[in-house]
Design a binder for this molecule. Structure first.
Ligand code: DAH
Length: 352
């Protein structure tokens, strides 16, 4: 090959490299996979860069270094562009050739549902709201005064044994509240009368976990304080609640009981919902199940909270939400509420 021809080959290659460079810069694809299209056109074994490299043998030995450098730069540029295209999101491939129908309904997302305890709590609260009760809440870590002493359970009072307590500290005593009755104390201490509140919340007791007991559960406390509140008001309020909650057929009975913070005190039973009052192992063959404790607020509790007990009287009650839920839905094991087994929980989607 004469000098001139060698020079022409080199010149041609430089021109080709320049047009490949331009093609790389301006590469655009309408196809489904631009990166692959680019690779085949520029970097593949039959691509333009490989073809240009094959022409290297026509270049004069003294120019090969320079030409090699030029081709390497070109290849690097193409590889960079290829990497860029590869990281860009790919268009959907519709192999069927059908147009995408954007009017089709989307894929259904699984929807969660409320926990049965939340459902029943909301239901209880809304029944009392219709009677004019407001919602009040208090802290789950309580001091001795609000959880015990103000409620007429002084230190060493035997009634403290009724509630096995998780203490956070001993002196001064701080604990996980054992009942929501602590919220009635906080509300009375505010000194605004009359008071008509329900207090839903979580409570804690040091109990061995079984089908019937847990170390935490939920309660709703109720408190009504005004002038001339009587036991008849208490009975009528709770009777209304039970009928709204379980249906008009339900019967109630009050049994005398003891709580340090009420006098007189009672426990309220309703007809067993499992056997309809005929007797079964849930109601221990009595036809009745206990659902709450209640009574007239003890005058000493009123005085402890700065309320004049000669002028005001009131009633209070407290119930376990788990118990009401178990009766309403015939659930036999308390542990189901905290295990979070979706097979159990999803049965309550849309309930109540
Ligand atoms: N605090 C009681 C308990 O946890 C429930 C209770 C009973 C609350 C009678 C009251 C009441 O307000 O009057 O077992």
């Amino acid at each position: 090959m004469g000098d001139w021809l060698i020079f022409a080959a080199m010149n041609q290659m430089i021109q080709k490299a320049a047009s490949i460079k331009e093609a790389i810069d301006q590469f655009q694809s309408e196809g489904p996979d631009p990166a692959e299209e680019f690779r085949i056109r520029f970097l593949g074994t039959k691509g333009t860069i490989k073809a240009l490299m094959a022409e290297m043998k026509q270049v004069a030995p003294e120019d090969r270094r320079q030409m090699g450098q030029l081709l390497n730069e070109l290849k690097l540029q193409a590889e960079q562009k290829y990497a860029q295209l590869n990281s860009a999101p790919k268009a959907e491939v519709h192999t069927s050739g059908e147009a995408l129908d954007i009017t089709l309904p989307g894929e259904a997302l699984p929807l969660g549902s409320r926990h049965p305890i939340s459902l029943v709590r909301n239901r209880i609260v809304s029944i009392f709201q219709r009677l004019g009760f407001a919602v009040a809440e208090g802290p789950e870590i309580e001091d001795d005064w609000h959880n015990f002493t103000a409620l007429n359970l002084p230190e060493h009072h035997p009634a403290r044994d009724m509630q096995d307590t998780f203490y956070v500290s001993e002196d001064p005593a701080w604990m996980l509240r054992t009942h929501t009755s602590s919220v009635q104390v906080r509300e009375m201490e505010k000194g605004k009368l009359p008071i008509r509140i329900v207090c839903p919340g979580r409570v804690y007791r040091n109990e061995t976990i079984s089908a019937r007991a847990h170390c935490f559960f939920h309660q709703v406390e109720g408190l009504y304080i005004a002038e001339e509140v009587s036991f008849a008001d208490l009975k009528q309020t709770l009777y209304f609640f039970v009928q709204e909650m379980f249906g008009a057929e339900i019967k109630v009975r009050f049994r005398p009981s003891y709580f340090p913070f009420t006098e007189p005190s009672a426990e309220m039973d309703i007809t067993c919902l499992i056997c309809g009052g005929k007797g079964c192992n849930v109601c221990k063959h009595t036809g009745w199940v206990e659902i709450l404790g209640c009574g007239m607020v003890h005058p000493r509790v009123l005085e402890n909270c700065g309320i004049d007990s000669s002028r005001y009287s009131g009633f209070a009650f407290g119930m376990g939400i788990e118990r009401i839920t178990m009766l309403k839905y015939q659930i036999r094991d308390l542990r189901l509420f905290s295990e979070n087994d979706v097979r159990f929980l999803k049965q309550f989607a849309g309930a109540l």
